[in-house]
Design a protein around this ligand. Structure first.
Ligand code: KG4
Ligand code: ZN
Length: 340
């Protein structure tokens, strides 16, 4: 049932530093007063995130990012009711930077501290655009580290319906882009390149597993791209666009089919698309078509809230605050934190 959740209380500072984005956001209720993301470019030349460099870059950026969040919001630390921060999953060194900063802030201001599961926060990101959206809903969470279908029954009340057996969807985009030597991170590059390619140029396998399964498998698709590339004597830019578009089509087909099955199994009438891969234009379009044909509602966050950001951490903080769920300052970073 949709209920109205108006109000600009509480005022939450959110901090995110689990991977390669240093981000801070200030929310009043679900209203975003400021949202700052510093994306670390230092990893680009390595084709992936280098943990040591990530921690160092977070340390360098964190105070500036938080200060910028206050400046943009026109607020002061004394205006904040609680600080919410990612405590996992993610890179240990990177997590510690945000976590320690947030603890220091909470101590200095004498306000509550809220430790947030990064994956859970992704599920709620669409609420930043649609504050009236409330569980229950079905969520397809597709990011660089996760691919799962989640039955979201309430705040912190989930059932994982399916998950990946090998690569995450975003990881498969990143690995395929590396293979085609077209840049990093692979998702946005493949998304852009695909618009000039033919999605039917090459048929890559769609691994749907058995008919009842809501699990995913993407490693076969990545290997199929590798085998196809190996067989070619030369690959022109045109070929790359065709391969990218065909690969993207295969991934989107699988995700769409699994969402269709999950809607059938759960009977949910609201579907949420979240995580970095939710930025993919083809995926958004195809899920929109599916939702229209099945007459279910589809929600996805604006692009800036699909990839890692502190606004979704603060939004989770708002919900926890309203329930009175706070964390102790002894809470440590949990690099392999699970959703359930
Ligand atoms: O949620 P996120 O920022 O980080 C994790 O928590 O993993 O997701 C990053 C992932 C990367 O694998 C990136 O390639 C993918 O999201 N991604 C995309 C697009 N934008 C980002 N994948 C497909 N299409 C996009 N437009
Ligand atoms: Zn993420």
């Amino acid at each position: 049932m949709m209920t109205e959740r108006p109000g600009t209380y509480p005022c939450i500072l959110g901090i995110e530093s689990s991977c390669d984005e240093t981000s801070a956001a200030i929310l009043q209720g679900f209203q975003v007063r400021s949202h700052i993301v510093y994306s670390q470019m230092v990893h680009k030349k390595y084709g992936g995130v280098v943990p040591e460099l990530a921690s160092r870059a977070h340390e360098h950026a964190i105070s500036q990012v938080v200060h910028a969040a206050f400046e943009t919001a026109g607020l002061l630390p004394a205006d904040i009711d609680a600080v919410a921060v990612t405590y996992g999953p993610g890179l240990m060194g990177a997590l510690l930077v945000g976590l320690n900063y947030a603890k220091g802030f909470a101590l200095a201001q004498n306000i509550p501290f809220i430790a947030v599961n990064h994956v859970e926060a992704h599920l709620y990101a669409p609420m930043l655009e649609f504050p009236e959206l409330e569980p229950p809903f079905l969520c397809l969470l597709v990011s660089g580290g996760h691919t799962m279908l989640v039955d979201v029954r309430g705040v912190k009340d989930f059932r994982i319906l399916g998950t990946t057996r090998d690569d995450a969807a975003g990881e498969s985009f990143d690995k395929t882009a590396r293979l085609l030597k077209i840049g990093y991170p692979g998702g946005p590059v493949i998304d852009t390149l695909s618009s000039s390619g033919n999605p039917r140029a090459v048929h890559f396998p769609r691994s749907l597993l058995d008919p009842d399964s809501l699990d995913f498998s993407f490693s076969g698709m990545k290997t199929a791209v590798l085998n196809f590339v190996k067989k070619q004597e030369t690959i022109s830019d045109r070929d790359k666009a065709d391969i990218a578009a065909s690969f993207q089509e295969a991934v989107v087909d699988v995700l769409k089919e699994k969402v269709r099955r999950a809607i059938q199994v759960t009977g949910h009438r609201r579907v949420v698309l979240a995580g970095g891969v939710a930025a993919n234009r083809r995926l958004r379009q195809e899920l929109r078509n599916l939702a229209d044909s099945l007459k279910v509602e589809l929600f996805y966050p604006p692009l800036e809230y699909c990839t890692d950001n502190a606004a979704m951490i603060a939004a989770t903080g708002v919900m926890y605050f309203r329930k009175g769920w706070f964390s102790g300052l002894e809470t440590g970073a949990v690099p392999n934190l699970k959703l359930t």
